[in-house]
Write a protein that binds this ligand. Structure first.
Ligand code: FAD
Length: 396
């Protein structure tokens, strides 16, 4: 879909320019001209007093999908280091590319980070497109969207995977709107139908009560943001070889509307739940904020970190960064201990792939016991101190 101006009707009033959120309309010779910054939001259509602007529906049959080949992974970096989710996407992307008998390409944007580009090959990419530019050192929506959009137009990948991080959740929708393709956000599973090269993108829907598998049959690339912590990480192969293509994108200061002046890091400790091999989580059964002291004690004893249900986060007993579940983090540790957590489907969505689940709950019918490998029915204020005591005895 594209926004078009009927020149004969345009009276050059400029109303569309003032309302455009993407600064995508120029007035030239008293006629509105839509530039490639357009995000097709349609704000100008509603504002135009003479109905000179319309949305062209375009080819409903989509693009010629045979022109599109290859799987791309967005290699998100912060301060020059790619995130763990990139290794997860490379692991999953590798499987999909092998299934489709095509290339896996990592797309890295940054400034002077050649070493990271080489590392992506060792994690399974056949090729790395490394866009090196001083304006790409720090993420900006406009800069990154423009460069990746240009690359997609030129090289036509059939699949593009992006981590559902804060940056990925900003970049993915912007890119898909620019390219006029679909995006399935926050996927927890990806499969591929080899016969028609369709990516089957699965994500929780309707409040997590069912899993929806979404297809993008007529447009390319098929785009998906994938939750961090869900897919298995690619393993490093020091001997792997591939191609690193360095590109110098055409990018000017004026292409980027929002300037990053300073990055201020939160002084609150960030809990790396997705990486933790052991997680002890507390729920509403703790009865109050102070209950997390007991959870911390058990986590420390086991060498793990503290997780939480959303009920406790909503009650402000603990920071949101600890939340596990559909709207929190997805984890798959070796050991997950759920204390005073009922096992709502939205919580299970974030932890049910843990290797070993231990549940402590005073209600023998709590749904958490259905996914638990070991269940302890009892008051957590009695059970946890006994566990800690038992672990102390083991230490002794
Ligand atoms: P409760 O359901 O109230 O369970 C408390 C449990 O503690 C009970 O089973 C009780 O038997 C037990 N208990 C009480 N006292 C004791 C005791 N002394 N000893 C032992 N056991 C005790 N939730 C999440 O966790 N993560 C999410 O990401 C998430 N996302 C959501 C997204 C949407 C769109 C919606 C609608 C909901 C979401 N929720 C999420 C909320 C979810 O539906 C539940 O409300 C929440 O998980 C319940 O938290 P809980 O198990 O701590 O509390």
């Amino acid at each position: 879909m594209a926004i078009k101006v009927i020149k004969e009707k345009c009276v050059g009033c400029g109303a569309c320019v003032t309302v455009c959120p993407a600064d995508a309309i120029n007035m030239i010779d008293k006629k509105a001209i839509i530039t490639d910054k357009c995000i097709a939001c349609g704000a100008c259509i509603n504002k135009c007093p003479v109905e000179a602007i319309f949305k062209e529906e375009g080819n409903k049959g989509g693009v010629n999908i045979d022109e599109y080949r290859g799987v791309w992974v967005f290699a998100e970096q912060r301060e020059g280091k790619t995130l763990n989710v990139v290794r997860e996407l490379l692991g999953e992307g590798r499987k999909i590319a092998d299934e489709l008998e095509t290339e896996l390409t990592a797309v890295l944007l940054g400034h002077n980070i050649e070493d990271e580009a080489n590392l992506l090959i060792k994690y399974g990419a056949d090729k790395v497109i490394y866009a090196n530019h001083e304006l790409l050192g720090v993420y900006t929506t406009d800069g990154y969207a423009k460069v990746i959009y240009d690359l997609i137009q030129e090289r036509k990948p059939e699949i593009m995977l992006i981590g559902a991080t804060n940056i990925g959740r900003d970049l993915g929708p912007r890119l898909s709107a620019k390219v006029h393709t679909g995006l399935t956000a926050d996927c927890t599973r990806l499969d591929v139908d080899k016969e028609n090269r369709r990516l089957m993108m699965t994500r929780p829907a309707f409040g997590g009560n069912l899993m929806a598998t979404i297809l993008c049959p007529n447009h390319r690339p098929q785009m998906s943001t994938v939750r961090p912590g869900v897919m298995e990480k690619a393993k490093i192969d020091e001997n792997r070889e591939g191609i690193v293509q360095v590109v110098k994108p055409e990018l000017k200061d004026s292409d980027i509307k929002a300037k990053v002046i300073e990055t201020v890091k939160s002084d609150k400790p960030v809990v790396a739940l997705e990486e933790a091999p052991i997680i002890v989580s507390g729920g509403r059964g703790l009865g109050g904020e102070e209950g997390f002291k007991l959870i911390e004690d058990l986590a420390e004893k086991l060498g793990g970190v503290v997780g939480a249900s959303r009920a406790t986060v909503d009650s402000q007993w603990i920071e949101q960064s600890h939340q596990v579940g559909q709207t929190g983090k997805t984890v798959r540790p070796g050991l997950y201990v759920a204390c005073g957590i009922s096992g709502a489907i939205q919580h299970l969505a974030g932890m049910q792939d843990s290797k070993c689940i231990v549940a402590i709950n005073k209600d023998p019918n709590a749904p958490i016991f259905e996914v638990a490998d070991y269940g302890i029915v009892g008051d957590l204020y009695e059970v946890i101190p006994e566990l800690i005591q038992a672990l102390d005895n083991v230490d002794d």
